[in-house]
Design a binder for this molecule. Structure first.
Ligand code: ATP
Ligand code: MG
Length: 421
């Protein structure tokens, strides 16, 4: 029989790596809390129509990357390729946007049928933040401050903040015309992808990762020249806010998001430590989206970060140490093993936060001591047949060279408190 394996581009997070995932998730949660953002959880599967409408028919995601299938009723469903569409859908559906602002965050698996490579997977994970109902640029600044706080909490430095303004859709339309004119003059030197984008979504050509295309685009007119007074002011206030907060940034005039509903501020955090897949966080303002999805027009700004890329970056900073999985390991004779579970349970209840592993299955004392040692526990408790009969248990320090002592099982929690201190 053939081996059954994980799907290409979809990965297991093994116990050793999950330590870093948890560290990251804990920091995110505490920062979101600190900024007054609440978590929202939405389904992994949505109507295909949602993503077509939210992301746009002429985007890479909708054209070629979605996991779309008909369910048993014949409805077209899609595994979510990103989190914003579902979040906005949920807010509209549950009336969370009626004359109120919302500060939300989400996390979870996303699915895109891309070519798998380092930092690019078919199932990957994002943590994202969305703020609804606020015009900014103060809120734009706020979400960038959140990301900056996160890098600090994670101990990651050396990320570059790139920002740009996309203006309003009218300003962008005027610019698009000029850009297309310019690109047509160089059309024969564009790659196929860019030629296609020139027809469907010309701003995305600016975003090309191909160095030849980048060289052409370097001389293209810039969107900044087409911004009106209001858009410029919005951008300037954001820039000044970043300066006042001591956050360094560079203006990248070629930073675009391909979608029509994006407007004004866009930003990315980029590292040079991960090769080509260097963007760990991307976001911006998308004031048009809520209306596009059938809600009453309302402002929106947000970002999403790629967890796999951040974890890869974290590995550069924190050599994953072998973490202790237990404080206490209970070693028992076969006949005492069930009773040892009761002892373990009582300890977990009485000593808050105590991590206890009680040996299960079979195994002699020697093998159990080895496992106890490997667990990283400070102390082994030994419950043999004789101890059980006498209502006592052995306490043996596993680090240093303390002697084994016996204490009454009834006194164990108090006694351990002394040892642990
Ligand atoms: P990229 O330019 O790298 O393809 P994107 O513009 O498609 O990114 P977004 O849709 O803005 O990315 O998603 C936000 C973040 O999610 C990215 O900056 C990245 O960190 C992460 N991300 C996106 N696609 C993938 C993927 N296939 N595998 C792993 N992480 C991803
Ligand atoms: Mg992409």
């Amino acid at each position: 029989m053939g081996k059954i394996q994980a799907i290409r581009g979809m990965h297991d997070v093994l116990p050793e790596q999950s330590q870093l995932w948890q560290f990251l998730e804990d920091q995110v949660r505490s920062i979101c809390d600190g900024f007054g953002y609440q978590e929202i959880r939405t389904p992994v599967v949505e109507s295909t129509a949602l993503f077509k409408r939210a992301i746009g028919e002429v985007t890479d995601i909708v054209e070629k990357e979605m996991y779309t299938f008909d369910d048993r009723n014949g409805d077209s469903l899609t595994l979510r390729p990103e989190g914003t569409a579902g979040c906005v859908r949920a807010c509209i559906e549950n009336g969370l946007l009626h004359n109120q602002t919302q500060r939300l965050w989400y996390r979870g698996a996303m699915f895109r049928h891309e070519r798998p490579q380092k930092g690019r997977y078919r199932q990957f994970h994002q943590i994202g933040v969305e703020a609804f109902g606020m015009e900014g640029p103060d809120i734009d600044l706020e979400i960038i401050l959140m990301t900056a706080s996160l890098w600090q909490a994670l101990g990651i430095d050396g990320l570059e903040l790139q920002i740009n303004s996309l203006g309003t859709s009218e300003e962008r339309a005027a610019y698009r015309e000029e850009l297309v004119k310019f690109l047509r003059q160089h059309e024969e030197k564009l790659d196929d992808d860019s030629k296609r984008r020139l027809e469907t979504n010309p701003l995305r050509v600016l975003d090309s990762k191909n160095p030849d295309v980048q060289a052409i685009v370097a001389d293209a007119p810039t969107l900044m020249e087409y911004l009106g007074e209001e858009s410029r002011t919005h951008f300037e206030i954001l820039c000044n806010g970043l300066k006042a907060a001591g956050i360094e940034y560079v203006i990248n005039q070629r930073l675009v998001r391909g979608l029509d509903y994006y407007s004004l501020s866009v930003f990315e955090w980029v590292t040079n430590k991960l090769g080509a897949q260097g963007t760990v966080c991307a976001g911006g303002r998308y004031d048009g989206l809520i209306e596009q999805l059938g809600g009453r027009a309302s402002k929106a700004v947000g970002f999403a970060m790629g967890i796999e890329r951040l974890v890869a970056l974290l590995e550069e900073y924190h050599m994953p140490e072998l973490r202790q999985t237990a404080d206490i390991y209970i070693i028992s004779a076969d006949e005492a093993r069930i009773h040892a579970q009761a002892v373990a349970q009582r300890l977990r209840v009485e000593i808050e936060g105590l991590r206890v592993i009680s040996h299960c299955g079979t195994g002699g004392f020697k093998a159990q001591f080895k496992k106890a040692d490997r667990s990283g526990a400070q102390i082994a408790l030994v419950l043999g047949e004789d101890e059980l009969a006498q209502g006592v248990i052995g306490i043996k320090p596993l680090r240093g060279d303390g002697e084994q002592q016996q204490v009454a099982i009834a006194d164990l929690p108090d006694k351990l408190q002394e040892w642990i201190q």
